[in-house]
Design a protein around this ligand. Structure first.
Ligand code: NAD
Ligand code: GLY
Length: 369
């Protein structure tokens, strides 16, 4: 097992990465405040992992909410089911919420923990690659609104993140690829050496080589923890973690939540951000091609949906959380392995990017690949 630390003064916490960690009772119990535990999971994961987890919590009061599965349910209505369950089973302020699932469960359970009785402890038990490398670390929690992704939420840090790598055995291939999108992101924004490692090792990741996956999770979490420690509430720097997300969130919202996976939308969004960076002279054409190739080799989309016009993008990008005083801000590359946040966006170049990155009618939707 490897242990990293997210350094946030009195809100610091460990990230444990290893095999069969859900079987490790001591690890989990070490972070419980009292005898009440509330598990939030979904209908796909409950049959796979909930009985085992409950077994580890013998002697405690364990209750759970099993949510419907999917991004389409990441909303206030579904969130209320968690509050109903917590209240009906009389959980008090010393309870600990366990988020057993991917980013959807983690973001919702974390937000529920932030709100319930004005804040109770929670522990992330991420089960997707994406949630291990990104959403379970850093304390962003929340739900979607019909007018925008993740628009209702809170910064709220967990007590611990326990990434049991063995649960990835049951993760569908498409979800694995979606997680690799966020892994590639770290190489692009902060870690050129890791980008090169990914160019050599993406086949091993796709083949689920345990060593390669554990290395990718560790290196991604190290990169994320470093950024979060410097800028927990996204006053500035943390926004670089959103490379490709402004375009990607527009794709997710326009297509309907869950039609394109978050990681797929981010992948196409990163191609758009890289394309614009190239047009601004920050990276070479060869580097742009390397980025596009790596994303393609991870079986991720490299074009935006054919039915999205530049106006669709601009109107949806206008509700992005990075918009400041009505001005769009984008995360772009200053070079391969380094990002910048800018509101100085040349409209003509952005239009060229929209045109160059728009898929054609023959493009299969990601789920059909
Ligand atoms: P997800 O939570 O929807 O999980 C993907 C699918 O895989 C689901 O159907 C789930 O039931 C299934 N699944 C999960 N683990 C499994 C396993 N081990 N075996 C079999 N099936 C499994 O999607 P995700 O990609 O994990 O997360 C995406 C969400 O995360 C989005 O809502 C996004 O906004 C959010 N996100 C949040 C942050 C953050 O910082 N909080 C960062 C990135 C993404
Ligand atoms: N996923 C972006 C962030 O955590 O800031």
């Amino acid at each position: 097992m490897q242990t990293l630390n997210v350094d946030l003064a009195d809100r610091s916490y460990p990230i444990y990465i290893g095999e069969r960690l859900l079987d490790n009772t001591g690890l989990l119990r070490r972070h419980l405040r009292a005898k009440q535990v509330y598990v939030v999971t979904n209908e796909t994961l409950a049959p796979l992992y909930l009985p085992k987890l409950i077994e580890q919590l013998d002697g405690l009061q364990v209750n759970s909410t099993v949510l419907p599965d999917g991004e389409a349910f990441k909303n206030l209505e579904t969130l209320n089911r968690i509050f109903d369950g917590l209240l009906e089973s009389r959980h008090n302020r010393t309870t600990t919420v366990l988020a057993l699932g991917g980013g959807v469960v983690g973001d919702m359970a974390g937000f529920a923990a932030a709100c319930y009785q004005r804040g109770v402890d929670f522990i992330q038990l991420p089960t997707t690659l994406l949630s291990m490398v990104d959403s379970s670390v850093g304390g962003k929690t929340g739900v979607n609104h019909r007018l925008g992704k993740n628009m209702i939420g809170a910064f709220y840090q967990p007590q611990a993140v326990i990434a049991d790598m063995s649960v990835l055995e049951t993760l569908p291939d498409r979800e694995l690829s979606a997680g690799i999108a966020e892994v590639i992101k770290y190489g692009l924004i902060a870690d050129g050496e890791f980008f090169e490692w990914l160019e050599s090792n993406v086949p091993d990741l796709m083949a689920r080589d345990p060593k390669a996956l554990a290395y990718a999770v560790k290196r991604s979490c190290e990169n994320k923890a470093k950024v979060v420690a410097q800028d927990e509430r996204e006053g500035g720097l943390r926004a670089i973690l959103n490379l490709g997300h402004t375009f990607g969130h527009a794709i997710e919202t326009a297509q309907g939540y869950g039609v394109w996976l978050h990681g797929e939308a981010v992948a196409a969004g990163m191609v758009m951000a890289a394309d614009l960076s190239w047009r601004r002279g920050a990276i070479s054409e060869e580097e742009l091609q390397r980025i596009v190739r790596l994303i393609e080799r991870a079986h991720l989309p490299i074009k935006a949906p054919a039915d999205m016009t530049p106006d669709d993008f601009l109107s949806l990008m206008g509700v992005d959380k990075k918009v400041l005083d009505g001005r769009l801000r984008l995360v772009l590359l200053s070079r391969l392995g380094e990002a910048l946040i800018t509101s100085e966006i040349e409209d003509n170049l952005l239009q060229e990017t929209f045109a160059a990155c728009r898929g054609d009618e023959s493009m299969a939707p990601p789920g059909a690949r």
